[in-house]
Design a protein around this ligand. Structure first.
Ligand SMILES: [Ca+2]
Ligand SMILES: [Ca+2]
Ligand SMILES: [Ca+2]
Ligand SMILES: [Ca+2]
Length: 326
């Protein structure tokens, strides 16, 4: 659970990344629930009733879980019902990210050497490798118009933030710094990209214009910060702050003011993802002495409710941008 120097917090699914994954070493990981590796068989899941209501559009939460042995991407209703599995590979699949129209999910997979960013339809069909590079390529954040995807890669040495077209072509490098730059998160107005860099000696949140210009630190950290996520109105950024053996979710205004601590459990609380109305956050925690469960809380930290309930590691929730039929 300790931080290696230059490590960073990672986005959704970090709780489930194998601790010894050499393929992840170049960029280093921090937010990790060690107990997520328990790999105890899955318990019963809420499956949802077959009452004919399944055609109603509902908000969805994509997440990753090792409940079936290997880590795969799943989707469930935002209340935890109707869990369905989307990937079926013997390698790690995680960090799901909905396209702005909700029709596709970009994700990270280690099914190829070094790991790549992939995309699939929201029903799991049409899985396609976007980055196709032997280096580590971490995935992803969509531009709000859905035409571009930001990702991080160590293809040029140090970890840097890049963008590509949504079909994987047209790669552009946005950061060029010997430090590790990762965890890109596109602002809702498309103008700004938040990211994590250890260029100041520890993992901290930075902002830059979407073309890579004007890179500046958003907020100083006493520990290591990571996993930034913009509220849908673009006013706040939720993130994870790791201090010693504890990690909690915070939010801060996009100008760096108004820091709020949202979780206070002694365990790891990570992977914040805003609901489309900005009133709630889904997150991962080991607070109940489990390998990792997915929870929802109000945007002020109150009203915590657990969505998953099993002995497997569940993490990395990503709330759909709108209600979806499936
Ligand atoms: Ca897998
Ligand atoms: Ca790769
Ligand atoms: Ca905590
Ligand atoms: Ca679990």
């Amino acid at each position: 659970m300790s931080l290696s120097r230059g490590a960073r917090c990672d986005n959704a699914g970090a709780a489930l990344v194998p601790a010894n994954s050499s393929e992840m070493q170049p960029l280093g990981f921090t937010i990790r629930l060690a107990a997520a590796l328990g790999l105890i068989a899955a318990a019963l899941l809420p499956v949802g009733s077959a009452t004919g209501l399944t055609t109603a559009a509902r908000e969805q939460i994509a997440f990753s879980s090792n409940r079936d042995g290997d880590t795969e991407i799943y989707v469930m209703d935002a209340d935890g019902a109707r869990v369905r599995r989307l990937t079926h590979t013997p390698k790690f699949d995680g960090f799901p990210r909905w396209s702005p129209d909700g029709r596709k999910i970009a994700f990270y997979s280690q099914r190829t050497p070094g790991g790549d960013g992939w995309v699939m339809n929201a029903d799991g069909s049409g899985q396609r490798n976007l980055t196709r590079n032997p280096a580590h390529d971490g995935c992803c954040s969509w531009s709000p118009d859905g035409t571009l995807i930001a990702f991080d890669s160590n293809r040029d040495g140090a970890g840097d933030v890049y963008t590509m077209k949504a079909d994987g072509t047209g790669v552009r490098r946005l950061t060029d710094d010997p430090a590790t730059d990762s965890n890109a998160a596109w602002s809702p107005d498309g103008k700004t990209i938040a990211f994590v860099s250890d260029r100041g000696g520890r993992g901290e949140l930075y902002l830059m214009n979407a073309d890579g210009s004007d890179q500046r630190r958003l907020i100083a950290s006493p520990g290591n910060d990571g996993a930034p996520g913009w509220s849908p109105d673009g006013r706040r950024i939720a993130f994870v702050r790791e201090l010693g053996r504890n990690a909690d979710i915070y939010s801060v205004m996009a100008d760096g003011s108004g820091l709020r601590r949202l979780t206070r459990s002694p365990g790891f609380d990570a992977d914040p993802s805003w609901s489309p109305d900005g009133r709630k956050l889904a997150f991962t925690s080991d607070r109940d002495q489990r390998a990792g469960e997915i929870y929802v809380m109000n945007a002020n930290g109150g009203g915590v409710r657990r969505l998953t309930d099993n002995n497997a590691g569940d993490g990395g929730p990503a709330w759909s941008p709108r209600p979806l039929r499936r």
